[in-house]
Design a protein around this ligand. Structure first.
Ligand code: G3P
Ligand code: CA
Length: 379
């Protein structure tokens, strides 16, 4: 249980050496502080959209809460604005997670679009500049299940990826604790078609900060395949971000990655979960992020998914462990009330996944995940 994986090696860099520096070095050689080596925990706790059981998701306050509660990583989902900034939202349609519907200046932005084959009516990030988007405030997505989070409605802004990196960096500067960045690009093909491709913009933001370049671990995830293959090729090419890792996400077994669907390929996530499929995934990815039932069936049976993935050298980080009865399997519920937070059931569910051999979990309640992981690793 004490196995640790060294994923970043520290690099001693000396200050640049122009003629003035040479004089200084003669008398007072001062090396640039060495970034610490990062040792990835045996099981990582990923604060899913922040600590979204406790704060409106994808806000700096939700990420901060995740950090305070013991998350190893924070997880922004990204979509672009009209002027190409990457902002944290689970969907580009923002009617249900912000107050946009109540702002008269944006009433005429309401429209209907088809995103990855699904018709949606509302307000879309790609129709707002960053400065316009900053006029909005975040709201709780599921107020019926998380009524306590509505006390924070209309208080928090929609953050950019750079603000999120800066938040983690500030925490590191204050405490010395390294929080990883586990970043998802949402609807990549859809945005490429709008000339708002996210991949290079994301890499450029990551390359901008020392924190994401050489201090923190970075995982890049997507439900699509081609943009991950592109990111892999760029990571291999750039010498600044070679530590970043790629994670293939899996949706329902019979559904298809949006890029495969658009290209008329028959590829399903179920196929990508087979031994042969995982071998293909391992050519460009370092790990997989399946939904829970790939690992534990609805009947509570552990599948062979983790061992198949591990056989290909892939990390396994399932999503999403949530503490309310609504999201727990019935056999772990505390009561019939879907909105009740059921700590005993949630802790039991974490343990089931840890025993199944996963390398980490996405969770809406990183505090509970931390507690469960610490208990499990002590056993
Ligand atoms: O990225 C892992 C997990 O977050 C995928 O699901 O829909 O919550 O982004 P989603
Ligand atoms: Ca996500």
């Amino acid at each position: 249980m004490l196995r640790k994986t060294l994923i970043l090696t520290s690099i001693l860099t000396l200050t640049a050496c122009n003629s003035d520096d040479r004089d200084n070095q003669t008398h007072n050689p001062t090396p640039t502080p060495t970034p610490p080596a990062y040792v990835e925990p045996e099981i990582i706790i990923v604060g899913h959209r922040g600590a979204s059981a406790l704060r409106p998701e994808h806000t700096l306050e939700a990420y901060q809460k995740a950090i305070e509660d013991g998350a190893d990583f924070i997880e922004p989902d990204l979509v672009p604005t009209k002027d190409g900034y990457l902002v944290a939202r689970h969907e580009n349609e923002i009617g249900s997670t912000t107050n946009v519907s109540e702002l008269p200046q944006f009433a005429d932005r309401k429209t209907t679009k088809i995103i990855d084959g699904v018709s949606l009516t509302g307000w879309f990030t790609e129709d707002f500049t960053l400065s316009e988007l900053k006029q909005l405030k975040a709201r709780e997505r599921i107020p019926d299940i998380r009524p306590q989070n509505t006390q924070y409605n209309d208080q928090f802004l929609v953050p950019t990826i750079e603000e999120i990196i800066e938040l983690a960096d500030q925490h590191y500067q204050k405490t010395g604790k390294i929080i990883g960045l586990y970043i998802e690009t949402k609807h990549p093909t859809y945005f490429q078609d709008l000339n708002l491709a996210m991949e290079d913009r994301l890499l450029s933001s990551l390359a901008k900060y020392e924190y994401s370049r050489s201090i923190a671990p970075v995982y890049l995830q997507s439900f699509e395949v081609k943009n991950l293959q592109y990111l892999r090729s760029q990571l291999d090419r750039l010498n600044t971000l070679q530590h970043a890792k790629i994670i293939q996400l899996y949706s329902g077994q019979s559904s298809q990655p949006a890029d495969a669907l658009k290209a008329g390929l028959g590829t399903t996530y179920g196929q990508l979960a087979s031994a042969e499929g995982l071998k293909t995934v391992a050519q460009y990815a370092d790990g997989v992020g399946p939904s829970k039932t790939y690992i534990v069936s609805n009947q509570g049976v552990i599948t062979n998914f983790v061992s198949l993935a591990h056989a290909q050298g892939l990390k396994v980080h399932p999503y999403t462990l949530r503490p309310e009865n609504e999201f727990l399997p019935d056999r772990l519920d505390c009561s019939p009330n879907p909105a009740e937070k059921c700590e005993t059931g949630a802790l039991a569910e974490f343990e089931i996944f840890f025993k199944a051999g996963v390398d980490g979990v996405f969770t809406d309640d990183p505090g509970l995940g931390r507690q469960a992981a610490d208990l499990f690793l002590k056993q």
